[in-house]
Design a protein around this ligand. Structure first.
Ligand code: IGP
Length: 264
């Protein structure tokens, strides 16, 4: 069994007791709040330069322990000060050491400051109840991993996200998955350069797949981006944004690396 399948099986078990029908009005109640949270899609589209989605990731199955981090807000403040455009906050506990509170504590503080930036709930989404949790925790977007889901599951997640005023980032790793994301009318598609079965990263996945995106789709390149050269490489093939975890978590000078990415 590959790692993604293992994680999805665990996730289905983890959320089993929280699963319940989610009514449209429960989700729609959050749509009014959307302007407070800020639009993830707009934040990616707005700058003429490369946009950076900075990820808060404590550990991962491929890297092991990444950073012995205290409260997530410390890392969020570092990213904000460095000029990040959006955040991605891992909320999976078993494999990534995160929790929903890592997200909600950050969005709460951003709300009070009025200068927050949109946050993606990074988790393995299966059921609309997780979308409701994301909205409650102040997220502006959810992740839809195409390979891990049926078309029906994707449709249900997308409908829930739309109702709650959240954007959906569709993650792909092949032409077939790109087709499936486009069939969902995806507005944001990310190429994961990491093969979630083998854990190797190769930027050639972005170079092969992004040029095949429909014109109107915002292209994101995810994983394995370490420096300005990597960022320039994916920008050259059409990426409008990059999603970076490990390199930013470990950077001795976060602002410098962010500037390198922005200037790539
Ligand atoms: O740390 P990296 O190599 O910069 O990767 C970040 C991000 O792309 C990666 O964490 C990721 C991409 N897709 C995911 C799905 C679930 C969990 C994590 C991920």
């Amino acid at each position: 069994m590959d790692k993604l399948t293992e994680i999805m099986n665990w996730k289905a078990q983890e959320i089993a007791e929280r699963i319940r029908p989610v009514a449209d009005h429960e989700l729609a109640a959050f749509a009014q709040e959307a302007p407070i949270r800020g639009s993830f899609l707009q934040a990616l589209k707005a700058p003429p330069r490369l946009a950076v989605i900075s990820e808060i990731k404590r550990r991962s199955p491929s890297a092991g322990q990444i950073k012995d981090l205290g409260p997530s807000i410390e890392q969020a403040d570092t990213y904000l000060a460095a000029g990040g455009d959006c955040l991605s906050i891992l909320t999976d506990n078993k494999y990534f050491g995160g929790e929903l509170n890592d997200l909600s504590s950050v969005t709460e503080k951003f709300k009070a400051q009025k200068n927050g930036i949109p946050c993606l709930r990074k988790d393995f989404m299966i059921h609309p109840v997780q979308v409701l949790e994301a909205a409650q925790a102040g997220a502006s977007a959810i992740l839809i991993i195409v390979r891990a889901l049926t078309d029906q599951q994707m449709t249900a997640l997308r409908k829930a996200a739309d109702l709650a005023g959240l954007d959906s980032l569709y993650e792909i790793h092949s032409e077939h998955e790109l087709e499936r994301a486009v069939a969902q009318d995806a507005k944001i598609i990310g190429v994961n350069n990491r093969d979630l079965a083998k854990f190797t990263t190769d930027l050639a996945f972005s170079e092969r797949l992004i040029p095949q995106f429909p014109e109107h789709v915002v292209a994101v390149s995810e994983s394995g981006i370490w420096n300005k050269e990597d960022a320039a490489r994916v920008r050259a093939c059409g990426a409008k944004a990059i999603l970076v975890g490990e390199a930013l978590m470990k950077a001795p000078d976060t602002a410098q690396l962010m500037a390198d990415f922005h200037n790539a």
